[in-house]
Design a protein around this ligand. Sequence first.
Ligand SMILES: C[S@@+](CC[C@H](N)C(=O)[O-])C[C@H]1O[C@@H](n2cnc3c(N)ncnc32)[C@H](O)[C@@H]1O
Length: 349
Amino acid sequence: MKPTRAPQRDRRPERDRPRPGPVANQAMPAQRAVEVSAPATRQRPQRRQGALPAEKLPIILEVAPNSDYALLDSGDGEKLEQYGPYRIVRPEGQAIWRRALAQAEWDRADAIFTGDTDEEGIGRWRFPKTPLGETWPMKHDGIHYLGRFTSFRHVGVFPEQASHWDHMASMIERAARPVKVLNLFGYTGLASLVAARAGAEVTHVDASKKAIGWARENQEIAGLSQKPIRWICEDAMKFAEREARRGSHYDIVLFDPPAYGRGPKGEVWQLFADLPALTDLCRQILTPKPLAVVLTAYSIRSSFFAIHALMRDSFAGMGGTVESGELIIREKAASRALSTSLFSRWIAP
Ligand SMILES: C[S@@+](CC[C@H](N)C(=O)[O-])C[C@H]1O[C@@H](n2cnc3c(N)ncnc32)[C@H](O)[C@@H]1O
C-alpha cells in the first residue's frame, strides 16, 4: 500500500493556532509551521535497547453510523452529520467528491458552521430553523454528555476516537484488576469517561481550563461523578516529566496531541519536535505490567509509517505489538470513508 498522506482536517482549538514563538512565526502558514526540524532545546530521548515490538499495519479502524452519531453524507467540500438530535453541516476539505444525498436532505440542517466572524463561540454558527443554545444532549454508548458549538467548528467530541475507546474499555474490563489510565490532551473527556465507566482510575490532563470545565460538566451529566477521575490543567509534557520524576505509573496512556499547542503557562508544543520525548516519557511512566499506549495524530503532513517507526523504537525491548494506521468514519449515504487521523498503538504482550 502507498503511504497515505495525513488528512488535512485541522482540530486545533483557537488557542492552539501557531503564534510567534521559538520555532513557529506568523509569517509561516500553519501547515508549514509544523514542518521545521526539531529545535535544539528538546533533548532527544536515549536509544532504547532490545528487539523491536512485532508490527501490524496498515490497520484501518472504522466508526460506522450509529444511533448516537452518523456521518450522513459528504461532498463538495462539506460534510453532513447527525449528532444526537441535530443535523450539522461543516466544512470538510477532503470531501472533493460529489454529494450523494439530495439538496433537500442538506437543507434540513439544524446548524451550519460559517466561521465568518472572529467572534468566540456560537457566533460562528448559523441556525437555519431555530436559534439553538450552545450545548445539547449527546450520548456515546449509554454515556451522556454535551455536544457543543465551539468557535473553531468543533462540536465537543471527535467521534472517530470511539474505536480507541471501545478497545481501551475491553482491555480494562479483561484485565480484571485495578487499572490506571492517563489521558493526555484529553479535551472534553470522553475517553476519560469511557475508561472510568469500565472501572479504571483516570488522570485527565489538558492545557485548557475551559476544556477541563467542559469535561467535568460531562462527568456530572454522565452520572459518573463518583468515579475516580483527576482533572488536571497542565502542559502535557511537563506533567509527564513530573510523573516520571515522582515515579508515578499508569497501565494505559492515551495521547492525542495537536500539531501545535500551548500549555497554560505558554509552554510551546510542536509535534515533530516534541513527540519523540513525550513518547519516551509515556514508556517511562508505565507500570511493570502495562496494557497499552495509544497515540493519535492529526493535521500533520506525515504518514502513519512515521509514528509507527517512532513507537517501535520507543518500545524496543518491551515485547508486544505496535499497530498503526488510520481512524476513519464510514459515511451512511454512499459508504465512503472519511479519514480523520493517523494512529499508532503499542499493545503489551
Ligand atoms: C483535539 S484535542 C484532543 C481530543 C481528545 N483526545 C478527544 O478525543 O476528545 C487537543 C487538546 O490538546 C490540548 N492541548 C494543546 N496543547 C496542549 C499542551 N501543551 N498540553 C496539554 N494539552 C494541550 C487542547 O486544549 C485540546 O483540548
